[in-house]
Design a protein around this ligand. Structure first.
Ligand code: SF4
Length: 423
């Protein structure tokens, strides 16, 4: 039996596909050179934008025509299936079943697991997933619905995987997650409590109550005791022993947010002496001083930080449910530039979000000029099923204006030469 995997979307999806491949190999299947000779065609889907979703429909439709000539199975997995299985109304599952009757199986990615070592596509650089899902619910974003709530991989599993990669001669590591810098919050306080913990008032973190003690969580003796996975398997994550490594409580907008273990994890991986350690995606709200100092201390940690801004206007940020202002973002950039002089930034920006006025867009342009991004992943807003923006706002910016705004930023950030030659 031969398989072929087609992956749409981000690094996390590509990393998931490496684990899908290992599962297929474990079933003694071999890789087909092309979909034309495959018995199993796995499509790992993305639905961050409408266009990504439409590409999947188009591909399945074309494969459906081929099915009339020869027999093979189509398995669809990834974000579309994640959403279908999480949507309690059943509407989305019904929709994809009706739109893609050619599909033999809709496979939730969670069924793949971490039992088999991923079949890596590269011998130098490796992706290592550290968390999956997101609790932030930016109003435009479908990820919390497709991937579910944020779940961190056990600390020791990540360390073991990185050590293995080092032994195998890998030079570059990228730690992956939708919000990497919030890694570990669920390990510390239990995944069911994570939403409650997000914005606890400061009194819970008074001076004498720093670290996990303040939460009544037992302390551990040694870092090696971080047997979080086993603690989770024991169905009592709060009992997970933590201690000598103190969780970092990030202060944001004057309030303490979640505890995170990311600075510790990043530093431990960096100390394994990889040539480069990268992480993606981080978000402004969990970018603690501890994280900045870990990056500053370890020269092999990336100097190109991906820090999504999405919009440079405070009102748009509020409508997007992004918990910072333009000023706070710029303060963070300034702090990073001061502590790490060689630092550069890339970002994500959405243009034409619901109700975005010309003035609001200009604030994004002005922020981009101030930061001087190396690169920006620019997107024109498109409404996504089930999100708060789709339910509460109108997608009212004409496509032509979205295109114009997109091009303005493209010329400013990604193609400055083009901008010069045209002006
Ligand atoms: S932080 Fe916001 S944009 Fe990023 S995955 Fe989570 S909800 Fe989506």
């Amino acid at each position: 039996m031969k398989y072929f995997i087609k992956t749409f979307g981000c690094q996390q999806n590509h990393s998931d596909s490496e684990r899908i491949e290992s599962t297929l190999k474990a079933r003694r299947m071999t890789k087909a050179r092309s979909y034309k000779t495959a018995d199993y065609i796995v499509i790992n889907t993305c639905m961050i934008r409408e266009s990504a979703e439409n590409r999947v429909y188009g591909l399945v439709n074309n494969l459906g025509k081929l099915k009339k000539e020869r027999s093979f199975k189509i398995i669809v997995t990834g974000c579309m299936v994640g959403l279908a299985f999480r949507d309690k109304t059943g509407k989305y599952l019904k929709k994809i079943r009706e739109t893609m009757p050619e599909v033999d199986e809709f496979l939730p990615i969670e069924e793949i697991g971490f039992d088999n070592a991923p079949v890596r596509q590269d011998r130098i650089s490796a992706w290592v997933p550290i968390s999956n899902g997101c609790n932030n619910f930016c109003t435009f974003c479908i990820v919390p619905f497709t991937r579910g709530r944020e779940i961190s991989r056990p600390y020791q599993d990540i360390i073991d995987e990185c050590r293995q990669l080092k032994k195998k001669g890998y030079k570059n590591i990228t730690l992956l997650g939708q919000n990497v810098n919030s890694y570990g919050a669920d390990l510390l306080v239990g995944e069911n409590n994570i939403q409650v913990m997000r914005d606890l008032p400061k009194k819970y973190f008074g001076k004498k109550q720093t670290g996990v003690e303040g939460l009544g969580i037992p302390t551990a003796r040694r870092l090696d005791d971080l047997l979080v996975g086993r603690a989770l398997a024991g169905k009592d994550p709060i009992q997970a022993p933590f201690a000598e490594i103190k969780p970092v409580y990030v202060k944001h907008l004057g309030r303490y947010r979640i505890p995170t273990l990311f600075p510790h994890l990043l530093e431990e991986v960096a100390k394994m002496n990889f040539e480069k350690v990268d992480f993606i995606s981080s978000n402004p709200w969990d970018f603690s001083d501890e994280l900045i100092s870990v990056i500053a201390k370890n020269k092999n940690i990336t100097r190109l930080i991906h820090l999504p801004i999405q919009s440079g206007d405070d009102n748009v940020l509020k409508r997007m449910n992004r918990w910072y202002t333009q000023k706070q973002y710029l303060n963070l950039i300034t702090k990073l530039k001061k502590k790490i002089p060689a630092i550069k930034f890339s970002t994500d920006i959405i243009v034409g979000f619901c109700g975005e006025t010309e003035k609001e867009f200009r604030n994004t342009v002005s922020l981009a000029k101030k930061v001087g991004f190396e690169k920006a992943y620019l997107a024109m807003y498109s409404s996504r099923f089930g999100t708060a923006a789709t339910k509460n706002f109108k997608d009212d910016i004409p496509h032509t204006i979205k295109e114009k705004r997109w091009l303005t930023l493209e010329k400013l950030i990604n193609r400055p030469r083009l901008s010069l030659s045209r002006n």
